[in-house]
Design a protein around this ligand. Structure first.
Ligand SMILES: Nc1ncnc2c1ncn2[C@@H]1O[C@H](COP(=O)(O)OP(=O)(O)OP(=O)(O)O)[C@@H](O)[C@H]1O
Ligand SMILES: N[C@@H](CCO)C(=O)O
Length: 316
């Protein structure tokens, strides 16, 4: 389970002294998630999530993420508002690590998203793009197209170990992506990890909330949509579900219609988005020791998605 930092009751009580949240009533670690340690915290004032930031999140990026969450909540977007401490600060320290308390969001993620979930998720993503407009924080996408070839150079051997011959195919993909990568698409603040586990629904299936903004950055809105298509619209057998994809795009366009250039770019963006998750999964695959608390995600799932995208999607 992804709780890397244990917090004792005394530490929690001392930490909460800094907040105006009353005494703790319940506190427990959350197993889901791989990046950070998350705890469900109930106090006299309500329910919250306490996050202790671990390895991948850079401390210097935390103000960008927490200010973005505050911005989105101010705009009425259903994401978790950070709770300021008694000094008005949303970023704190616990056990020597950065930590924050955010609002608890109700809802459940869809383990097996249906076409209806895809439509709702698409609309939730467009809403996020619109709500983020004007956010003054800036963060370059450090996992964007320019980062892929250097990242792959470090993990070629892992690719060959997974599937002999794969590294040559990835080299070709990277060269093509570099040549064909679209520039100058409408851009702004994007989520960049809008996967089913980060989107909550109400019991009636309506979109409820988005969590886990710790990859958010500046990039093309259509790239975020491409990440989302990959994460939501593939079947377990590796085939692309065009019905789900059309519903997702349709839901998105309910709030934010795509320009002709964005539509044209989506197939290559989806190929690049598959590359991005293949590469980070490949990097984690090699770096996760046997017997670790967290099982690394399968890079080959994204290699299969890449193979689908090599053929070129027809979405419109
Ligand atoms: N604001 C919130 N409201 C309700 N539940 C939350 C909230 N934030 C996180 N959770 C719960 O904690 C779990 C892990 O959160 P999160 O996805 O942010 O963790 P993570 O370690 O960054 O994981 P990953 O990057 O692998 O998705 C979620 O699946 C959800 O159950
Ligand atoms: N959504 C990512 C994990 C990072 O949180 C993946 O599936 O590879």
């Amino acid at each position: 389970m992804a709780v890397y930092t244990d917090i004792t009751d005394d530490e929690l009580a001392a930490f909460l002294q800094g907040y105006d949240l009353g005494a703790p009533l319940a506190f427990k670690g959350i197993a889901e998630g791989v990046e950070n340690s998350n705890f469900l915290l109930e106090t006299e004032k309500g329910r919250y999530i306490l996050t202790v930031y671990e390895r991948r999140v850079k401390a210097e990026d935390l103000p960008y993420f927490l200010n973005l969450l505050t911005w989105l909540a101010d705009k009425g977007y259903p994401s978790a508002r950070p709770v300021p401490d008694r000094n008005g600060r949303t970023l704190s320290t616990l056990r020597g690590k950065p930590a924050a308390i955010v609002e608890f969001m109700s809802g459940l993620s869809a383990r097996k998203p249906t076409v209806a979930h895809c439509r709702e998720a698409g609309e939730g993503l467009a809403w996020l793009h619109l709500a983020g407009e004007g956010y003054p924080g800036r963060r370059a996408n450090d996992l964007g197209q320019a980062a892929w070839a250097p990242l792959f150079a470090k993990h070629r051997k892992a690719a060959e170990d997974l599937k002999p011959g794969l590294s040559a195919t990835i080299d070709q993909d990277l060269a093509q992506l570099s040549l064909m990568w679209p520039r100058n698409l409408p851009s702004g603040t994007v989520h960049a990890d809008y996967f089913p586990d980060n989107v909550f629904f109400r019991t009636d299936g309506k979109f409820a909330a988005t969590i886990d903004f710790y990859f958010a950055c500046d990039d093309a809105y259509a790239y975020d949509l491409a990440v989302t298509l990959n994460a939501w619209c593939f079947e377990a057998d590796g085939s692309f579900n065009i019905t789900a994809a059309k519903a997702l795009l349709n839901g998105y366009e309910r709030r934010r219609p795509l320009s002709p250039a964005e539509k044209e770019a989506l197939p290559i963006l989806a190929r690049g988005a598959a590359m991005r998750f293949f590469l980070t999964r490949l990097a984690d695959w090699g770096a996760t020791p046997a017997g670790a608390l967290v099982r690394p995600k399968d890079p080959l799932e994204y290699e299969r998605k890449l193979a689908v995208h090599r053929e070129g999607l027809v979405l419109f």
